[in-house]
Write a protein that binds this ligand. Structure first.
Ligand code: AHN
Ligand code: ZN
Length: 333
């Protein structure tokens, strides 16, 4: 009896084990059909010829000064290109008051990728150009609008190329490309000394009235003057104050990618720019990749706010160093 019972128990036990190991026939096999895991997107190579083309096209409209025809036509062009690549486009139109009480009709142009994702990265640049070359060596030019190949078009060109590559090589992270207007309408340096809050009018407006309510991003990167030959990008003051870890990560990424000649681990001055208001009003840790140079009187690139800020003074290699660095950062997030 004892033996028999034991044998029956053993048989029952073996039967159960066989059933478990075979699995019930109606259940799906676990090994044959792979879970459709999204593949890690392959990191694209930043095409500086493509970016340079976007730069030249902007400059060809003429100075992009608010309230001018060139400004309106360039806005339409930027909207058209971003609309080709982004999932959703927002054009934020408003009127702001400049330092001299002029009313400026402005447009912040926003292209969003994966708008439903709550995990987002913000990329920005200003698309307008300065209405006067008030840093020109020749006082005759103090009221001439600048072409803004570097100061304006370069940052936008890099972001349009990134938009094109995001379209071709989609990622899951939400990305917002924001082209701010009226950054460069700050008070004339030969007249007004009290210039507080006269710069970055488009980003001041957006930061207090974002295109979607309660907009937030994990971090932001602003590009400003990223096209001069042998540019030097240093640890700008407000970037280090508000977002030191983002600065370190981006500079580390640049150096690992071989762009250590451009991205220097040096402290540099505080620049009032679009990123300041994004930090101040939206609390999004945002850095500025901006060309700073101690050897010029104003601290920026040689032809800053002069009539020589033209296409001939742009170097594609600088566009590449910045564009590839930003791509590397967003594709590893
Ligand atoms: C000031 O000079 C206060 N801000 C410079 C920001 C700027 C002008 N970026 C481009 N043009
Ligand atoms: Zn400027």
């Amino acid at each position: 009896m004892y033996i028999q019972n034991n044998t029956r128990d053993v048989l029952l036990f073996v039967f159960i084990i066989i059933m478990i190991s075979c699995g019930a026939p109606e259940k799906k096999p676990t090994n044959d059909i792979k879970e459709k895991k999204p593949e890690r997107a392959t990191l694209p190579s930043f095409d500086s010829d493509s970016a340079f083309y976007y730069l030249k096209t902007q400059v060809a409209f003429g100075p992009r000064v608010p309230n001018t025809e060139s400004h309106r036509e360039c806005a339409n062009y930027l909207i058209k290109i971003l609309d080709r690549f982004a999932d959703t486009i927002y054009v934020q139109e408003t009127t702001v008051t400049a330092f001299d009480r002029t009313k400026l009709d402005i447009k912040n142009i926003i292209g969003s990728f994966n708008p439903e994702n709550t995990s987002r990265i913000l990329l920005a640049a200003h698309w307008d150009t300065r209405p006067f070359a008030d840093e020109d060596p020749d006082p005759e030019n103090f009221y001439t609008p600048i072409e803004g190949a570097n100061d304006g078009a370069s940052g936008v060109a890099v972001l349009l190329e990134i938009a094109r590559l995001l379209y071709k090589n989609p990622i899951e992270t939400g990305i917002d490309i924001i082209l701010f207007d009226a950054e460069d309408y700050g008070a004339h340096s030969r007249h007004n000394k009290n210039a507080e809050d006269t710069w970055a009018l488009g980003s001041q407006y957006w930061s207090q009235n974002p295109h979607v309510p309660n907009y937030f991003a994990r971090f932001g990167i602003l590009l400003d003057m990223v096209g001069a030959p042998n540019a030097t990008f240093k640890h700008e003051g407000y970037s280090m104050y508000f977002a030191p870890n983002i600065v370190r990560r981006v500079w580390q990424t640049a150096q690992s990618a071989g762009y250590g000649n451009y991205f220097l681990n040096q402290k540099a001055g505080y620049i009032m720019d679009d990123h300041f208001y994004i930090n101040k009003y939206r609390n999004i840790p945002t850095i500025n990749i901006i060309h700073q140079d101690d050897s010029t009187p104003h601290g920026f690139f040689e032809h800053w706010h002069t009539v020589k800020d033209v296409v001939e003074n742009i170097d594609k290699n600088t566009l590449k160093s910045v564009g590839q660095t930003v791509l590397n950062v967003i594709y590893e997030n």
